[in-house]
Write a protein that binds this ligand. Structure first.
Ligand SMILES: Nc1nc2c(ncn2[C@@H]2O[C@H](COP(=O)(O)OP(=O)(O)OP(=O)(O)O)[C@@H](O)[C@H]2O)c(=O)[nH]1
Ligand SMILES: [Zn+2]
Length: 356
């Protein structure tokens, strides 16, 4: 008989992760609607969330997503679905604004160790966009590295590398060329077994091409089909976590690849500007017309590029907008839990009355 057991450490489990007695530890490797594909020490299963968890859910964040660690009750008959009884704490979580509904957040992935920020070296190369990626990545809790793609398309690699080094804040920089036999060597050497990676970057930079190269013979499309249970049910899904031949884990789900929807950490990414700002005469200096502005002075002296300052301002504006959306999210949560602010107040009043 074929041995279907799986070593969960190969899926990134730490030795310390011990499930509650009677339950098994599992990692979610694919989702499609309310159906999950999980890996456990006993093999791969389809799984559903226990009704108890659904009843206590406050929002999409409380449901498992690709990359999550969960505790499951395995079925007696291996052809049946497992039941997800517990959602474990996440090291990182990626949300995006769901299409359509104003305030709904959609869960994209969890427990990503490394974000690989992809930027093409061709005509689309844009260091301002890279700053944006770095700022967003810095807020995620995951570590990040810069992956420069399409090295065959540039004749100015040295200049581009030095431009990147100016904004990278010391992040690793990996250069790839998918048209060259050895063009993937740096990336392959960088990616470690048992760690979870996600490729981020705009459409067309070559993320699919990179992942397919890393997968070797097995293409992404076939990996998607394989990311099902062992019991013949094929729910082809685009939301998935795949294990590469070298043992690295890659989360590739729609939404994970786009940027600009999550929060950003500007202070760390633009530490040069925040350092300068400490020397501005006014604490709340906006670095525009104020007298004694150290930031404007640095631009005048040629120490700081005007474009970098503009990029910083633009991201600050966007962040302010995001915070407004955060308030909308809060309101949506109140709506879900209590049916509205009025009802919430009435509820709290009732609780206080009972305490007396
Ligand atoms: N010249 C050259 N072309 C490349 C390289 N890598 C990818 N391409 C091409 O760039 C195009 C886009 O590549 P994809 O891998 O589909 O890009 P993607 O980032 O996955 O795009 P989305 O799926 O839209 O997110 C394809 O035509 C690839 O063949 C490279 O290193 N050099
Ligand atoms: Zn200033």
């Amino acid at each position: 008989m074929e041995d279907k057991t799986i070593k969960l450490t190969e899926y990134g489990a730490s030795e310390a992760q011990k499930p509650t007695s009677g339950l098994s530890l599992a990692r979610v490797i694919a989702t499609s609607h309310q159906q999950y594909t999980i890996v456990t020490e006993q093999g791969q299963f389809t799984a559903q969330v226990a009704g108890r968890l659904i009843n206590f859910a406050n929002g999409p964040e409380d449901f498992p997503t690709v990359g999550d660690w969960v505790e499951v009750r395995l079925p007696n008959n291996s052809a049946d679905a497992a039941t997800i009884e517990r959602l474990n704490d996440r090291t990182t979580v990626f949300l995006r604004k769901a299409a359509g509904r104003r305030s709904a957040a959609q869960l994209v992935a969890a427990n990503v160790d490394w974000l690989l920020l992809c930027m093409a070296l061709d005509a689309n190369f844009n260091v301002r966009r890279l700053e944006r990626y770095l700022a967003i990545a810095a807020a995620s809790g995951a570590r990040s590295a810069i992956v420069l793609t399409k090295a065959d398309k540039t004749s100015q690699l040295a200049e581009q590398l030095s431009t990147v080094a100016e904004v990278s804040g010391g992040a690793d920089v990996i250069v790839c060329d998918a048209t060259n036999e050895n063009g993937m060597a740096e990336l392959t050497a960088f990616m470690q077994p048992r760690l979870t990676y996600a490729f981020l970057g705009s459409s067309g930079v070559g993320k699919t091409t990179l992942i397919n190269h890393l997968l070797g013979k097995q293409s992404l499309a076939t990996a998607a089909v394989r990311a099902t249970d062992d019991h013949g049910r094929h729910t082809t899904t685009a939301r998935q976590l795949v294990k590469l031949p070298n043992g690295s884990l890659v989360i590739d789900t729609p939404g994970m690849r786009e940027l600009g929807l999550l929060e950003a950490n500007l202070d760390s990414t633009f530490s040069d500007i925040t350092e300068l700002a400490k020397k501005c005469r006014f604490n709340d200096c906006t670095h525009q017309q104020e007298p004694g502005c150290a930031v404007q002075q640095a631009v005048a002296d040629g120490q700081l590029s005007e474009a970098r300052l503009a990029s910083y301002r633009q991201l600050q504006d966007e962040q302010a907008n995001n915070q407004l959306r955060g308030k909308e999210r809060e309101n949506a949560k109140i709506e879900r839990m209590f049916g509205g602010k009025k009802q919430m107040k009435a509820f709290l009043k009732e609780v206080r009355r009972k305490r007396k």
